[in-house]
Design a protein around this ligand. Structure first.
Ligand SMILES: *[C@@H]1O[C@H](CO)[C@@H](O)[C@H](O)[C@H]1NC(C)=O
Ligand SMILES: *[C@@H]1O[C@H](CO)[C@@H](O)[C@H](O)[C@H]1NC(C)=O
Ligand SMILES: *[C@@H]1O[C@H](CO)[C@@H](O)[C@H](O)[C@H]1NC(C)=O
Ligand SMILES: *[C@@H]1O[C@H](CO)[C@@H](O)[C@H](O)[C@H]1NC(C)=O
Length: 347
């Protein structure tokens, strides 16, 4: 079992309930509590400091917005900041290898903007982990993943008229996926939207970490993955966001799975672990957007996580897409206009 990952901030809440879901995984492979208790609290102060600094830095960079509530967190429970190892989770059926390197992954997807800063910390030294590559992916506001737009998020079956390719994908769309590099402070920055939800899973964002990449070659076949995880949100925030368009319409066709009913949330948020993103409002209302921050601990010494085999997904391999130079160039243009480099790092 790998112990590459750890996670985060506040104290874990009591979570119960496990339900079946379409993402294949094996709890015996994703849960090793004996090891995870180790080497954790020693990083707590660094994590707290880094989170506060990340929020402030992001606000300053976004300057045009009100900073009146810069120090006010929406959720009181986030005042408890422990640094704990969290178990690895799974790639799940919707990962794609070969994504665009970029900061802004929105591609026009409608929803609440989420400025998501992910801080990596080396669990052996409690130092920031710089020059590591982060990959994120999530569904859109009504539950659809890019590359899988032919899949009905309510049933997880192909829509009439759509066929699934041999690698599981249905198309070549790329929204709400991207890869970005961590800076010298160990922080990677994304601009995405608050995710929607799909059948049997609570709201989440997937993340992987590759800390030993040669140059810019982030393909899973060439560069070891040291962490694969899922990040969650507080239940009350999810409910508030889903009162807004375009999220709200989905409730008419699919009741959402609560955090407490999710199959992976308890694993990622038990034994003192906490994989819940700390958030605060960017402006005065939710519709103005959110800033999110979480610290992820990575063990650079741990063995690479397998990216093939039946633990990965039903196909046994992560689909690989080849993106055109023009798609990367278009992403670069958007990022450069926002003050980011083509590798997703802030200028
Ligand atoms: C925060 O930690 C303190 C001390 O361990 C505890 O009493 C309190 O209940 C915790 N608060 C939350 C929200 O978890
Ligand atoms: C999510 O993506 C699907 C597939 O492209 C699209 O039909 C749907 O309108 C999108 N949801 C929103 C809220 O735009
Ligand atoms: C959601 O759950 C409620 C209560 O069980 C039920 O009445 C309603 O039909 C469900 N909605 C959908 C879209 O399944
Ligand atoms: C990191 O991984 C190595 C190799 O598996 C292991 O020996 C070490 O104890 C791990 N460190 C932590 C802090 O878990």
């Amino acid at each position: 079992m790998r112990n590459t990952f750890l996670a985060v901030l506040a104290c874990a809440s009591a979570i119960t309930g496990v339900t079946a879901h379409p993402e294949r995984h094996d709890h015996s492979k994703v849960h090793s509590p004996a090891i995870h208790a180790r080497g954790t609290d020693k990083c707590a102060r660094q994590i707290e400091h880094r989170r506060d600094a990340a929020f402030l830095k992001r606000r300053n960079a976004l300057g045009k917005r009100s900073t009146s509530n810069a120090n006010r967190f929406m959720y009181k429970e986030l005042q408890n900041k422990t640094c704990t190892l969290a178990p690895d989770t799974i790639f799940g059926p919707y990962d794609v290898d070969g994504e665009l390197h970029r900061h802004d992954v929105r591609e026009g997807q409608d929803g609440v903007d989420l400025y998501l800063d992910l801080g990596l910390i080396d669990v052996e030294t409690c130092e920031p982990l710089s020059d590591a590559w982060l990959t994120i992916w999530s569904c859109n506001a009504t539950g659809t993943y890019s590359g899988y737009i032919g899949i009905d998020p309510d049933t997880v079956e192909a829509y009439d008229g759509w066929t699934t390719r041999s690698d599981g994908t249905t198309d070549d769309s790329t929204f709400l996926r991207g890869i970005s590099k961590t800076n010298e402070a160990g922080i990677g920055e994304f601009l995405t939207i608050f995710p929607g939800y799909y059948s049997s899973r609570t709201t989440h964002i997937h993340v992987t970490v590759q800390s030993k990449v040669n140059g810019d070659d982030t393909s899973y076949s060439d560069a070891a993955t040291q962490h694969v995880g899922q990040l969650f949100f507080p239940e009350d925030l999810i409910n508030s966001v889903y009162q807004l368009a375009p999220y709200h319409a989905h409730l008419a066709t699919l009741n959402r799975t609560l955090n407490s009913e999710d199959s992976l949330y308890p694993t990622a948020n038990s034994d003192g672990n906490d994989a819940i993103i700390a958030t605060e409002l960017l402006g005065q209302t939710l519709a103005d957007g959110l800033i999110g921050y979480i610290t992820i601990g990575v063990n650079r010494s741990a063995a690479a996580i397998a990216t093939t085999g039946e633990q990965v997904n039903v196909q046994g391999a992560i689909p690989t897409v080849s993106l055109s130079a023009s798609a990367q160039a278009a992403a670069n243009t958007i990022d450069i206009a926002q003050g980011y480099r083509p590798n997703g790092m802030r200028v």
